[in-house]
Design a protein around this ligand. Structure first.
Ligand code: URP
Ligand code: ZN
Ligand code: ZN
Length: 487
């Protein structure tokens, strides 16, 4: 097989940057060093060479709120690849039969022929019974090592505290990571009815009925439950200071709690719900909603200080027509927005170009931290010999203005319309193949992507059972799962 050398760039990882070439042999990185020689060359002069982005929060073709997310596995993974993201972790939902195993098979059936880049899954736990208890083990054996719990969407996906506690304990036994959508679903349901009773039926009702306090309360509750179960916790789509504060406090106590702001929350605020243009506002309806600038500043500070680790998108794209389902009642607007194509360039422009983040912190937040937390590091998220050659030649000098006219998403609009960025993926390589080249009319290759299994985490103390006998169980969280250090 022909070898490739990415030549002349600055290799930029989560911990350092240096001038070097990268030699690729087949699907893997073979060497990183000076003056490397190969059969083919990829020009990285004037650019950074970074690990392919990992977006660990997407919903492709997901049935939700009476409809199905419009972005397909093909258009979603392709849009992601054009923006420098080489792996998505997508959320599987159990179908009508409630089976986790059938849901994973169903996701494989849908995704395998379509995906242009690699994919993994999280599994949603939307209730509790013996079948779910048993099938969680099979899910882990099938390479799905993280389970999401919705504390909102009452009457649909929401789980109660006792169900969550049972599932968290099962995660602990299996070496799996629980995740939460932190919003108090009972309060939200009540507040929604209050708004409707007051005659507030438009998208602003969405923001009013999901205040930051309901997110903060749920985050605190989930953290308490995780602590009692003795398991780490990943809090998805952290939008506000109340939830961030809960995560920060837990980490200060020594708990392994991780927080994920979205690129939307970092760059868009709640004024979008008061635009006076129904569709403009509805297209931005997602849960939790966008917050004000103070919350935004808090999220940026969290990324800088390390109390928040991963920038994701929660890409869950609904067309304008789908959004119109809620024309007379904001509760019926399908919740979700999009960003797999834009995430990396927008974070670069608003984070690195402004001096808030270093290029290395950018790599950590867009790739390496997710790889560590979700147990695929250093196969993904790292530039080291033997790692998958998922690599992006990141050009900090290509400008672009986003628009529905030029994006690769299936959507008929863009919430990023008119947003200007100052960097782009010059080349995106997926397991050694150049799948995207800026300005070269690259085409999607559906079916080229692969499912990447993510194994269970070992207990950090397995080999140290003597120590455990002496010290346990004074403090519940003393036996962490062995997630690589530094996140
Ligand atoms: O509004 C959102 N976030 N839609 C996707 C489903 C979820 O809650 O993650
Ligand atoms: Zn959610
Ligand atoms: Zn989501």
């Amino acid at each position: 097989m022909a070898t490739k050398v990415i030549k002349g760039g600055i290799v930029c990882t989560a911990d350092r940057s240096w001038q070097a070439d990268v030699l690729i042999d087949g699907e893997k990185i073979a060497r990183i060093g000076e003056n490397l020689v190969g059969d083919e060359y990829v020009d990285a002069e004037g650019a950074y060479v970074i690990p392919g982005g990992i977006d660990p929060h997407t919903h492709m073709e997901m049935p939700f709120m009476g409809t199905t997310a419009a972005e397909t596995f093909e258009t979603g993974t392709w849009a992601a690849a054009t923006g420098g993201t080489t792996m998505l972790i997508d959320f599987c939902l159990p179908g009508a039969d409630g089976s986790i195993v059938n849901a994973i098979q169903d996701w494989h059936r849908k995704s395998a022929p379509q995906i242009c880049a690699d994919i993994g899954y999280h599994m949603a736990v939307t209730g509790w019974n013996e079948q779910i208890f048993n099938e969680m083990k099979t899910a882990v054996e099938m390479g799905v090592n993280s389970f999401k719990h919705f504390m909102a969407y009452k009457g649909a996906l929401m789980v109660e505290d006792d169900e969550m506690f049972a599932s968290f304990k099962r995660c602990r036994e299996l070496g799996a990571l629980p995740m939460v959508h932190a919003e108090n679903g009972n309060l939200v349901a009540d507040l929604q009815q209050d708004m409707l009773a007051k005659g507030i039926t438009g998208p602003e009702g969405h923001a009013y009925s999901r205040p930051p306090e309901v997110e903060g309360e749920a985050a605190n509750r989930a953290i308490t439950i995780a602590d009692a179960a003795g398991v780490p916790l990943y809090v998805v789509h952290v939008s506000c200071e109340q939830a961030h504060e809960a995560i920060r406090r837990a980490r200060q106590k020594g708990m392994r709690v991780y927080g994920e702001p979205l690129i939307q929350y970092l760059t868009m605020d709640d004024s979008v719900y008061f635009s006076g243009d129904w569709l403009h506002s509805a297209r931005r309806v997602m849960s939790p909603p966008f917050r004000n600038k103070e919350h935004q500043d808090g999220l940026w500070a969290g990324l800088q200080a390390g109390s928040l680790q991963v920038v994701a998108t929660d890409h869950c794209a609904f067309s304008s027509e789908q959004k119109l389902r809620g024309k007379d009642n904001f509760c019926l607007i399908p919740n979700g927005s999009h960003g797999v194509e834009e995430r990396m360039a927008v974070l670069w422009t608003t984070g690195v170009e402004t001096g808030r983040l270093t290029p290395n912190e950018f790599v950590a937040a867009t790739s390496s931290n997710a790889a560590k937390i979700f147990n695929i590091y250093p196969q993904k998220g790292a530039l080291v010999e033997g790692a998958d050659a998922d690599i992006v030649v990141w050009d900090p000098k290509i400008s672009r203005t986003y628009s529905a006219e030029n994006h690769h998403s299936i959507l008929d609009y863009s919430v990023w319309e008119g947003v200007e960025v100052t960097a782009q993926a010059r080349y995106t390589l997926s397991r050694g193949d150049v799948i995207w080249a800026w300005g070269k009319n690259s085409q999607p290759q559906p079916g080229r992507g692969r499912f990447t299994p993510r194994p269970a985490y070992p207990s950090a103390l397995k080999a140290l059972s003597k120590w455990k006998e002496i010290h346990a169980p004074k403090q519940i969280n003393r036996d962490p799962l062995n997630i690589p250090a530094g996140v």
